[in-house]
Design a protein around this ligand. Structure first.
Ligand code: SF4
Length: 161
């Protein structure tokens, strides 16, 4: 925690942090919006923080600097936020990513029952993770991973270094 962030943060992380700064500093004055709300779910066993919830549209928005394509992990992120907020008693009828670099809103379907099961099974893998187990390293992923400089599973450099 005391480390200088510049030592280990990659360019996409720093850019993401700047992009989220407006939200983290809660600079919006709209009474219709809840920003940076801490969330959790007993059912999923996860906790986190949302970007923006727009009450009148019952819309949950996750901001990304750039979204050339939407990865499954990004869907898991917004689905988990959705289930946390539902469990906390919020009404949500719409989900969307907001691409900051293009000022574009990208609507996402609400997760189906099957997709919820898929998310739960994915989270279970984290809960069941044993560091002693064999770990399959995919160096192609590592070279594009923002945690590369902190990870003890690989010695490759990421492309952002
Ligand atoms: S650097 Fe570590 S955390 Fe990142 S993809 Fe590779 S093994 Fe996973």
């Amino acid at each position: 925690m005391d480390t200088n962030e510049e030592v280990y943060k990659s360019v996409p992380q720093s850019r993401g942090k700047i992009a989220h700064a407006n939200i983290d500093n809660k600079t919006s004055t709209s009474a219709n919006e809840i920003q940076s709300l801490p969330i959790s779910s007993d059912e999923l066993g996860v906790m986190g923080k949302i970007d923006v919830y727009k009450k009148d549209e019952k819309l949950l928005v996750e901001r990304k600097y750039q979204l050339k394509r939407i990865y499954q992990g990004q869907l898991y992120q917004i689905w988990a936020q959705y289930f946390c907020m539902i469990e906390m008693g919020y009404e949500i009828e719409n989900l969307a990513f907001y691409e900051i670099s293009t000022n574009k809103m990208i609507p996402i379907n609400l997760p189906s029952d099957n997709e919820k099961r898929e998310l739960l099974s994915f989270i279970k893998k984290f809960h069941d993770y044993n560091p002693e187990d064999d770990f399959q390293v995919n160096t192609n992923k590592c070279s594009h991973c923002i945690y590369c400089n902190l990870c003890d599973k690989t010695t490759v450099e990421n492309v952002y270094s």
